[in-house]
Design a protein around this ligand. Structure first.
Ligand SMILES: Cc1ncc(COP(=O)(O)O)c(C=O)c1O
Length: 385
C-alpha cells in the first residue's frame, strides 16, 4: 500500500489556515518555552540537567532512547514498568506507525475504536491490515462497548487500537472497562495499542486509572511530550510495555525506520518531567477555567449546542443542532477566522455528522469562544428562518 494512498484529512484544512486568528481546535497544552523550562529547572535545582543540556553531544541518541530519559519516563507508570519497558520514538505518531509495522502483517485484522486520530487507523492499514471500526456513541457517554469489541473479533484479529483519554470527546475510560478490555485481549491473544497521549490531563485526578501498560502484558501504552506538557517540540514520544518480546520488536522498528531522534529533546524531556507537577497543574488550571466558560456558553445556548462534558484532555466533541451541517458550520466559521475541526476530519459515521471538535487547553480559548459566540449571534436569525 502506498503511504499516502488515503487523503490526509486535516492537511487541506490546516494548509488553508496557517494564519487563522482563532485556533479553537487545538488539542495540545499551552506550548512551553525553552527559556521558561530552564527557569523552572533552575528553581528546582536541576543544575546537572541544565549542564547536560549545554554540553550534550550532537551525535545520535541511543537506539530505543537513552537510559536516563527512559528511567525518567518509567516513573510515570507503576512497578510493572521500568526503563527496560520503555521504547522512545520521535513523537507518538511515529510510535503508532512503527508499532503497527513491527507487529502486524498483510492479511491481519485490526479493530479501531472511532472516532479517532486518523493515523491510528492509517497505521494499521499501512501495515496491510483489514480494519473494522467500533464506534463510540454520545448516547452512551462515549463509553467503550466491550461487547461490540468482542463481536468484531475474527480468526485473524491481531490488534485493537484505541485512544483514552479520548480525542475528540474528552471521555475517560474507567478501570473496570480497561480491565475487561485487557481480559478480552488476553483471551484472544491480541495486542492493544492504547494511545494515552492525553493521560495526566484528567480534570478530576481521582478519576485517573492505571495505564493499560500497567494492567496487562498484552497492552502497549503510547504517550508523547506534546499533549499534557505542551512540549511537542522536544520530538519525544514513547511506548511502555511489559512484554520484552514486543519491546524488542519495537526497538528494531525504531532502529530501521527512525534512528535519528534528538538528544536535546531527550534532555528537555527529563527537565519537563522533573518539573511535571508544576507544568501540569498550570495546564489543568487553564483547562478548568476554559471548561467553565464553555459550560456556561453551551448551557445558555442549548437550543443550538449540546455536549457530554469532557473528563480529560483538551478537546470536546460538540453537537450542532442548527439547520446546516456541522461541516458547513465549520466552513462558515473558518471564513471568520475561527478554526474548529469538522466531522469530516474524523471521517465520522453519519450518526456523528453534526459533531465538531473544539480545543480548550490554551489561554487563547476565551478569545476564540468570544469570536465564536459573536458569529453564532449574527447567524441566529438566519438559522431561525
Ligand atoms: C490521539 C492522538 N494520538 C497521537 C497524536 C500524535 O502525537 P505526536 O504529536 O506526539 O506525534 C495526537 C496528536 O494530535 C493525538 O491527538
Amino acid at each position: 500500500m502506498h503511504l499516502l494512498q488515503n487523503p490526509i484529512r486535516s492537511e487541506e484544512l490546516l494548509a488553508k489556515t496557517i494564519d487563522v486568528a482563532h485556533r479553537f481546535y487545538a488539542s495540545s497544552s499551552e506550548p512551553l518555552r525553552h527559556s521558561d523550562l530552564i527557569k523552572l529547572a533552575e528553581q528546582q535545582g536541576e543544575h546537572a540537567l541544565i549542564e547536560l543540556f549545554n554540553n550534550h553531544s550532537l551525535g545520535y541518541a541511543d537506539n530505543g532512547g537513552s537510559l536516563d530519559v527512559r528511567q525518567e519516563i518509567a516513573q510515570l507508570y507503576n512497578d510493572n514498568i521500568s526503563a527496560d519497558n520503555i521504547v522512545v520514538f520521535p513523537g507518538a505518531q511515529t510510535g503508532m506507525t512503527l508499532t503497527a509495522q513491527a507487529l502486524l502483517h498483510a492479511g491481519d485484522h485490526a479493530i479501531i475504536v472511532t472516532p479517532s486520530y486518523q493515523s491510528l487507523e492509517e497505521s494499521a492499514k499501512l501495515a496491510g491490515c483489514e480494519v473494522t471500526r467500533v464506534a463510540l456513541s454520545p448516547d452512551d457517554n462515549w463509553r467503550l462497548n466491550i461487547i461490540a469489541i468482542e463481536a468484531a473479533i475474527k480468526d485473524n484479529t491481531k490488534y485493537i487500537a484505541l485512544n483514552d483519554p479520548h480525542n475528540p470527546s474528552g471521555a475517560l475510560m474507567d478501570v473496570e472497562t480497561k480491565t475487561a478490555l485487557c481480559k478480552v485481549a488476553e483471551k484472544h491473544q491480541l495486542v492493544i495499542l492504547s494511545d494515552e497521549v492525553y493521560r495526566l490531563l484528567e480534570i478530576d485526578p481521582e478519576e485517573r486509572s492505571a495505564s493499560m501498560a500497567d494492567i496487562s502484558k498484552n497492552a502497549l501504552a503510547l504517550s508523547t511530550m506534546s499533549k499534557p506538557w505542551g512540549a511537542g517540540g522536544t520530538g519525544i514520544g514513547w511506548i511502555a510495555c511489559q512484554d520484552q518480546t514486543l519491546c524488542e520488536k519495537l526497538r528494531r522498528a525504531q532502529h530501521i525506520y527512525a534512528v535519528c531522534f534528538s538528544r536535546a529533546g531527550e534532555i528537555q524531556t527529563m527537565m519537563v518531567l522533573r518539573c511535571s507537577d508544576r507544568i501540569i497543574d498550570k495546564n489543568i488550571r487553564i483547562i478548568k477555567a476554559n471548561l467553565e466558560l464553555l459550560e456556561q456558553y453551551f448551557a445558555a445556548n442549548n437550543d443550538l449546542f449540546e455536549w457530554v462534558r469532557p473528563k480529560a484532555g483538551g478537546t470536546g466533541f460538540v453537537k450542532f443542532k442548527g439547520p446546516i451541517s456541522a461541516n458547513s458550520l465549520a466552513s462558515h466559521l473558518l471564513a471568520q477566522g475561527i478554526l474548529v475541526f469538522p466531522p469530516s476530519i474524523f471521517d465520522c459515521e453519519s450518526s456523528l455528522s453534526q459533531y465538531f471538535r473544539i480545543g480548550f487547553s490554551r489561554t487563547t480559548m476565551p478569545g476564540a469562544l468570544k469570536a465564536f459566540a459573536q458569529f453564532v449571534d449574527q447567524q441566529r436569525t438566519i438559522w431561525a428562518q
